[in-house]
Design a protein around this ligand. Structure first.
Ligand code: URP
Ligand code: ZN
Ligand code: ZN
Ligand code: ZN
Length: 467
């Protein structure tokens, strides 16, 4: 029981509206909105009043692509559910959907149970799960139906990483056919991993071992080729498709073409592809390892096409693919061999601020900011309007955002459990002040007031973006 809270005087921004309104919260949910200063709003009484004058009142961020404690390359992503969800809250995100992993030869159930055990009792904010399907067979296909019924309604497959998470085209087609029947959404890591492995081997044989070669062998054309193949496989299966972490402009072009044909294909990109580039991968003294992730960072000219895709709705979602590995001891595993650098970057705490910076710079509107970071991800993954908006009945996951405050991103001040920031020294305008999760204060005027175990598992319905 969290009683009644009123947020007064702020500008409420959702994907569809901007209005000067007071917000009444009761028992963890949004109870009502009323124009500020009206008798209806003035009549509200509450145990707690939050003054949001001059601030934005926005839905908590929904980050549908995170990897807490992901095993990768002989190590584990450095954020646990405890540290990662706390950092998420600091950055204005109140819901994550993390990827539970099926190990090859094991059941989906076993993988999902293991992820529940990692998360339960440890999260500061609410969480759901997708399932990484590494092994498509008759048993796992049946399990897909059961998972959809219990709220795990999306499944990631990999055209990359042969021998680890990789699925061949036949396995992909089978999973897509099943999802066409059960309402699940296939999320695709679209890179031609078989071809990439050949190029990796050849690069290493030439002595090309630095982090920048990670970007060179994982070619944009091989992302575009895989994206095209995934789209056509989904078309054959009659299934919708969501392509994760799109970074290459040629892949955006494939999505755009398919959407122009009327296909139900969707794309996600991430802040690292919008704000960073191969220049970072080429940083000397192995510093480029900090930026090794897959799909890789691309040359700068790709960024404009990603921003364009976000404006034209050919890309619908920005999530983080938060998968941090410390520079010391983890990224360093790949000194002398870029293919041994654990793939992944930190960013869960930075996403809302970086996208607000895009608002400040005129790349997207305020409402589009909320749409791509809150509403569309919630809708795409069956959580709307419980998550992703401020409306009567929605969970009171609310951020009071100061659009004027400035900050400098740094590992010295961030809360992610990782020893570097991918955005070290970057000055941004806008800052999270206060965060509520289901009506409870998690961040209060830039102090952590939440607790591990507040966040609960959120079962999801099927993709609402298609409805
Ligand atoms: O480099 C990345 N993206 N690591 C996380 C695993 C994945 O492919 O999303
Ligand atoms: Zn991936
Ligand atoms: Zn990922
Ligand atoms: Zn609590």
């Amino acid at each position: 029981m969290t009683g009644r809270t009123v947020i007064r005087g702020g500008l409420v921004i959702t994907a569809s509206d901007e209005l000067h309104a007071d917000v009444l919260i009761e028992d963890g949910r949004i109870a009502a909105l009323a124009a500020a200063g009206t008798s209806a709003a003035e009549a509200w009484t509450a145990e707690r009043t939050i003054d949001a004058t001059g601030k934005y009142v926005i839905p908590g961020g929904v980050d549908v692509h995170t990897h807490m404690e992901l095993p990768f390359g002989g190590t584990f992503a450095s954020d646990t559910f405890e540290t990662g969800t706390r950092a998420a809250a600091w950055g204005g995100t109140t819901t994550i959907v993390d990827f539970a992993v099926q190990s090859v030869g094991r059941s989906l159930r076993e993988g999902l149970d293991a992820w529940h055990a990692k998360a339960e009792g440890n999260c500061s904010i609410d969480y759901g799960f997708h399932m990484i399907v590494s092994d498509v067979n008759e048993d796992t296909l049946k399990e897909l139906d059961l998972l959809v019924e219990e709220g795990v309604t999306s499944f990631k497959q990999f055209m990359a990483y042969p021998g680890v998470f990789y699925s061949d085209d036949g396995q992909i087609l089978r999973a897509m056919q099943r999802s066409a029947e059960n309402g699940g959404l296939i999320m695709m890591h679209a890179e031609n991993g078989i071809a990439i492995d050949v190029l990796v081997e050849q690069a290493l044989a030439r002595g090309e071992t630095d982090p920048r070669y990670h970007g060179e062998v994982r070619k944009a054309l091989l992302e575009a080729e895989a994206t095209h193949r995934a789209i056509r496989l989904a078309q054959v299966a009659g299934a919708p498709l969501y392509v994760v972490h799109v970074s290459a402009m040629e892949a955006v072009a494939e999505l755009t073409r398919a959407r122009d044909e009327g296909l139900n294909v969707f794309g996600e990109t991430c802040p690292q592809y919008l704000f960073l580039s191969t220049d970072n991968l080429a940083e000397p003294d192995f510093e480029g390892a900090k930026y090794v992730c897959s799909t890789p960072l691309r040359p700068r000219e790709h960024q404009a096409q990603l921003w364009k895709g976000l404006r034209t709705n050919d890309l619908q979602v920005v999530s983080t693919d938060h998968c941090p590995f410390c520079f010391v001891g983890q990224k360093e595993l790949g000194r002398g061999d870029f293919s041994k650098i654990p793939n992944g970057m930190p960013g869960i705490e930075n996403r809302m601020d970086l996208l607000h910076q895009a608002v400040v710079e005129g790349r997207i509107t305020r409402r589009r900011w909320i749409e791509i970071a809150c509403a569309s991800p919630a809708r795409m993954f069956g959580m709307y309007p419980k998550k992703g908006t401020i409306a009567p009945g929605a969970d009171a996951d609310v951020v009071i955002y100061d659009p004027q405050a400035t900050q400098i991103m740094s590992a010295e001040t961030h809360h992610m459990n990782v020893d570097y920031s991918a955005y070290e020294g970057r000055r941004t305008t806008g800052r999270v002040e206060t965060v509520l999760s289901r009506g409870e204060l998690v961040i209060t005027e830039r102090e952590y007031t939440g607790h591990a175990g507040h966040g609960v598992y959120t079962p999801r319905s099927t993709c609402q973006y298609l409805n």
